[in-house]
Design a protein around this ligand. Structure first.
Ligand SMILES: *Cc1c(COP(=O)(O)O)cnc(C)c1O
Length: 360
């Protein structure tokens, strides 16, 4: 069996070492004679797995003590609604920064709960840039400011954190969490679906400052109430135990790579190589403003879209899979999350150069 370099945007590649450990432990977790996924979430085995996962992600991200770390279900998309349910706290409006397709969905669901002020948008520029901070029209009385640090489809990333003063900053970190160190204290809430950089689909990480929770909209179901989930260690009902277990293995793997500073160095190097290959050719191009290019998702187009199919077929034959761009934008997209080894980027760059030589 040979594993491919899988450039899927999500669910995405997982570190091979993690998959091997999960395989080793699948039938018999630590001598218990049962798989971790067959055990009660209230039992001491799984409780220790969940506690280790929380401890490791706190350590990796340097989460301050006044923040809760939750492992929830429903994906990042569920947070689009649970954020206003929990964070409006008597206010009627929230600010949103729109830089791509995921932000748009977050806005659409938030509108069911509050008045949304789109304080800045790059939609007119087809989401190829990030509106400069001094152009944002933030409201003093907003319940929070929501933005998307990395837009997975457009490949547009903030390489800076907005300073929203006393208004809590809320960030959809789904596709860039753990790619580099962040200062959690600058945020009111951070959330991320797991299937890009954390683990398998099915668990969503939420990190929330504890003074912001406990005052939900009256219609909020218990499982969507951050304070109740925090009180119950994210086990108000049965949590996605196997996904949490795998996320925990990924956290240990990231620690073994040297933590987030080491990941950042590798990720920046991978992205720089790939963008250099794109920019250095007249055959491939990436339309995103240079200062806002994503380290994680690299869309690119071929000068002649007639060659797209052949490019993809050849790539698959070379063990480079899932390079097709999102259905809404076409072209190609290489997602190069933490688990994509640098050798995968090198192989892609070599394939691109070879294809260009043969076809341009
Ligand atoms: C993938 C993604 C989502 C959606 O995640 P689900 O877990 O499928 O709901 C939301 N936001 C961003 C930035 C994403 O990349």
């Amino acid at each position: 069996m040979s594993r491919v370099y899988n450039f899927s945007a999500g669910p995405a590649m997982l570190p091979e070492a993690v998959l091997r450990q999960a395989q080793d432990e699948l039938l018999d977790w630590h001598g218990a004679g049962a798989s971790i996924m067959e055990m009660s979430h209230r039992g001491k085995e799984f409780v220790s797995v969940a506690a280790d996962a929380e401890r490791d992600v706190r350590e990796l991200l340097g989460v301050p003590n006044n923040y809760k770390v939750l492992f929830l279900q429903g994906g990042a998309s569920t947070q689009f609604a649970t954020i206003p349910m929990n964070l409006l706290r008597g206010k009627a409006n929230a600010d949103y920064i729109l830089t791509g397709a995921w932000g748009k969905k977050a806005i659409s669901d938030a509108k069911k709960y509050c008045t949304v002020n789109v304080a800045a948008s790059s939609e007119d520029e087809k989401f190829m840039s990030i509106p400069p901070f001094d152009s944002w029209s933030l409201q003093k009385n907003a319940a929070y400011v929501h933005y998307t640090p990395n837009e997975t489809i457009g490949g547009v990333e903030f390489h800076w954190v907005p300073d929203t003063g006393d208004v809590p900053l809320v960030a959809d970190y789904s596709s860039t969490i753990l790619s580099r160190p962040i200062d959690v204290a600058k945020f009111g809430l951070i959330y991320a679906g797991a299937q890009k950089n954390i683990g398998p689909a099915g668990v969503t990480l939420v990190i929330v400052r504890d003074d912001l929770i406990g005052e939900v909209l009256p219609t909020t179901p218990s499982v969507f109430d951050y304070a109740k989930q925090a009180e119950a260690d994210s086990m108000l009902n049965t949590p996605p135990t196997y996904a949490i277990y795998l996320a925990g293995l990924v956290f240990q793997w990231v620690k073994a790579q040297g933590g987030l500073a080491a990941m950042a160095a590798i990720n920046e190097r991978k992205a720089t190589k790939l963008y250099a290959a794109i920019d250095g050719s007249s055959f491939y191009s990436n339309p995103v403003e240079k200062a806002s290019r994503s380290w994680m998702n690299v869309p690119f187009i071929l000068a002649d879209p007639e060659l797209d199919k052949e490019f993809l077929t050849g790539a698959t034959a070379a063990g480079l899979t899932t390079l097709q761009g999102h259905r809404s934008v076409g072209g190609m997209r290489a997602s190069i999350y933490n688990a994509m080894p640098e050798s995968g980027v090198d192989a892609l760059v070599a394939y691109m150069a070879d294809f260009e030589k043969r076809k341009a």
